[in-house]
Design a protein around this ligand. Structure first.
Ligand SMILES: [Zn+2]
Length: 335
């Protein structure tokens, strides 16, 4: 996909295109922004623009070189991502060797470092040296959703390109490109994405709705403020999920609670205001409305904060079952 065909992120796009056209893109760049908003997509577009023989500095998106960049098969473009939780020194050395090499067939060697915040100390040091004295034909793009976790020495070497959340219609346009889906599904997915099309790419909607039903039952239990035994059972069930599924569960839960808060707020504002503007789960609005009646706004916010804290603490390998048990019991105790 050529530069001009990318969706959204106008500021980032203009900045990069100006640099490319002037032939003055800094050798090391740091792309920051939430996960799933297109940072990698834009980095690939830069790689295409740097190596496309048809439209130099722009990228045509259609020639053999652009297509190979797209498929990850271009010999002068490589992506580095963490091996497990970290980017290790061996990986970093190999990637740096690649970046320092002479291009095989393109004009520039392009190295994308995904989750650059996962550098371990030795790998970060190795990269720092390369960023201090980059060879003329190397382009290094560090990508991170958590730039604060990067060593300050690395951050200070790389100009930052910021990526933000996409608008609802931009997300819808992105999703429409990824494959055919009924338009009602597209609209729902776009709401669900909350500005991050990558967050819902390839989502199995049927499985999602099933999981959502289970979580609505959980919220009903929490709203009743009894059935401790069932809540503990639920904590065990959700807490035992693999981490990605567990995180997805917390995300769905947060979305549902956000909708409850939204319905509550609009109930106060009055019927003239339309909550549908901001609601994610518009398809089950009646059900959510009934559920919202069981919670005070304060408790909804309390639950949101609680689950958000669990998500944050996942970095420390917490016991998920115990964390959920404590959260559920606290939340029912305040009914
Ligand atoms: Zn091309």
């Amino acid at each position: 996909m050529a530069f001009g065909d990318l969706i959204g992120q106008r500021a980032a796009r203009e900045l990069l295109q100006r640099g490319l056209r002037a032939g003055r893109l800094p050798a090391g760049l740091l792309f920051v922004g939430p996960a799933g908003v297109g940072k990698r997509r834009f980095a690939l577009a830069v790689a295409q623009a740097l190596n496309c023989p048809v439209a130099p500095a722009e990228g045509c998106g259609a020639c053999a070189a652009c297509q190979r960049v797209e498929r990850g098969e271009h010999p002068d473009v490589r992506a580095l991502s963490p091996d497990g939780a970290q980017i290790k020194i061996g990986q970093a050395r190999e990637a740096i060797q690649f970046a320092l090499g002479t291009p095989f067939e393109g004009r520039r060697r392009v190295l994308l470092v995904e989750q650059a915040d996962a550098f371990n100390a030795a790998a970060a040091n190795a990269f720092l040296k390369t960023l201090e004295e980059p060879p003329a034909h190397a382009q290094i793009i560090l990508i991170s959703a958590r730039p604060d976790a990067l060593p300050a020495t690395i951050r200070s070497r790389c100009p930052v390109v910021r990526f933000g959340l996409l608008t609802l219609s931009e997300v819808e346009a992105c999703l429409a490109r990824q494959g055919k889906r009924p338009s009602a599904d597209l609209r729902f997915l776009a709401r669900l994405a909350q500005g991050r099309p990558g967050a819902v790419a390839g989502l199995d909607l049927e499985a999602f709705r099933q999981q959502r039903r289970t979580l609505l039952e959980l919220l009903e239990l929490l709203g009743q403020g009894q059935s401790v035994a069932r809540l503990l059972k639920a904590a065990h069930y959700f807490g035992k999920l693999e981490r990605p599924e567990f995180e997805a569960t917390l995300d769905i839960l947060a979305g549902l609670l956000r909708d409850l808060a939204c319905l509550k707020t609009h109930a106060v504002v009055g019927p003239g205001e339309d909550a549908d503007e901001t609601l994610i789960h518009t398809d089950i609005r009646a059900k959510l409305q009934a559920l919202a009646d069981r919670f005070t706004l304060e408790r909804i916010h309390q639950a949101l904060a609680r689950f958000e804290a669990i998500r944050r603490d996942l970095t420390y390998n917490i016991n998920r079952v115990l964390a959920l048990e404590a959260a559920f019991l606290d939340l029912t105790a305040s009914v």
